[in-house]
Design a protein around this ligand. Structure first.
Ligand SMILES: CC(C)(COP(=O)(O)OP(=O)(O)OC[C@H]1O[C@@H](n2cnc3c(N)ncnc32)[C@H](O)[C@@H]1OP(=O)(O)O)[C@@H](O)C(=O)NCCC(=O)NCCS
Length: 365
């Protein structure tokens, strides 16, 4: 059983909840983002729900070996969030859950509170802490890494979605022996507004890009050079676009929209895949809608991306590959400063079960 005590941790104080917290709990739990990602909250959330949570749920949790803390402002004691330890599972593993009130977000509150709670939990003998955040909850995933929790994978269909259905949940874990230092992603996010040269702008893909991405990915001459050479089902495209932030953060793939810098229209996509941190290498791939071709937009996109990768990240090798027959793509890479390498035999899946050679390309930092 954990002691019901107050933890002073610099910019945050963790304390057991009290009756006076109820109005703030109602306001915070009525917030759309809280409702979106804490899918077990009643909606609408009323003072009665907060009262039951305080007098029954939180009490039961403390009584049964869990913990429920208010994250409070150290000066005023006002509620800024909530942070709890669920009951240990049969192997003693403990799950952490939290939310921060809308008025206290983006100030490091969740990160500071989670770090403090992890230290305290390990001091009280917890052998392992983990948290699960929905694939689309990139803010929470950033908190996990910043608090020294390591990404451990994606649990498919592991959580409920509001309104029905199931969501994939990203798993993060921390052990007592871990340093607890913030875990820095291999690739930082793009600056606000993306990368631009005034003609094209690159922005991280989001779920809103899915219809336009699908239109590009379904063009016959794009399908021909896709791996595998098939148009994706729309469900797959939606999943790809909506999960781009997660995959970027955890170092799987960095996927961007190529936009017309003036109108913001989606012109195509460009991505860094096969991220290989020890070699500081990534593979560039792209496709452009036929309506936007012939204006040098992809070359600009590759140049922008290479410039960012070589100045703002630790990347030192950008590689690419083209079908030997894809002369347009080869011209893009040449203009963007890539050097043609060897041709690898039967590397790419072609149509009808055939295999196609691949021309390798390299640009060094
Ligand atoms: C997730 C949540 C707890 C974060 O609280 P917070 O106090 O704002 O977190 P922090 O300030 O410590 O860190 C959040 C980081 O995520 C970033 N962030 C927030 N939303 C983001 C988004 N949609 N995409 C990318 N980054 C985002 C912030 O800019 C900040 O990054 P920075 O430190 O590089 O500036 C809060 O947004 C929240 O309560 N959300 C709703 C409930 C919830 O999701 N709970 C967690 C369930 S697993």
């Amino acid at each position: 059983m954990f002691p019901r005590e107050t933890i002073q941790a610099g910019p945050v104080t963790l304390r057991p909840p009290v009756e006076a917290d109820i109005p703030a709990v109602v306001r915070a739990c009525s917030d759309p983002l809280t409702q979106r990602f804490i899918t077990t909250l009643p909606s609408p959330y009323t003072a009665e729900h907060a009262h039951i949570w305080l007098t029954e749920v939180a009490e039961a949790r403390w009584g049964a070996g869990g913990a429920e803390f208010v994250v409070a402002d150290p000066g005023t004691g006002e509620l800024n969030g909530m942070l709890g330890l669920h009951l240990p599972d049969r192997f003693g593993n403990v799950e952490v859950g939290y939310w921060v009130a809308p008025w206290a977000r983006d100030k490091g509150v969740a990160t500071a509170a989670l770090r403090a709670l992890a230290t305290w939990a390990f001091e009280h003998g917890v052998p392992r802490l983990h948290l699960v955040a929905e694939m689309e909850n990139v803010g929470s995933q950033k908190v996990a890494l910043a608090a020294g929790f390591r990404h451990e994978g994606l649990r498919r269909g592991a959580g409920p979605l509001p309104g029905g259905g199931r969501a994939d949940m990203a798993m993060f874990g921390r052990l007592p022996g871990d340093s607890g230092e913030p875990i820095r992603p291999f690739l930082p996010f793009l600056p606000p507004g993306g990368l631009t040269d005034g003609v094209v702008t690159l922005t991280m893909l989001t779920g809103d890009d899915a219809p336009a991405y699908q239109a590009v990915a379904s063009l016959p001459d794009v399908v021909k050079y896709r791996v595998p050479p098939e148009a994706p089902p729309f469900e797959e495209t939606l999943y790809r676009c909506a999960g781009a932030g997660y995959r970027w953060l955890v170092g799987v793939q960095a996927e961007m929209a190529i936009r017309d810098a003036v109108t913001g229209a989606f012109a195509g996509d460009i991505q860094l895949s096969h991220l290989t941190p020890p070699m500081r290498e990534a593979m560039v791939g792209y496709s452009l809608h036929s309506d936007f071709r012939g204006r040098g937009l992809v070359t600009r996109a590759v140049e922008l991306l290479a410039e960012w990768a070589f100045t703002q990240t630790s990347m030192r090798r950008l590689i690419s590959g083209t079908n030997p027959g894809n002369l347009a793509s080869q011209a893009v890479l040449e203009r963007a400063g890539f050097t043609r390498g060897q041709t690898v035999k039967e590397y790419l899946p072609g149509p009808d079960g055939t295999w196609t050679d691949n021309v390798e390309w390299l640009r060094l930092r």
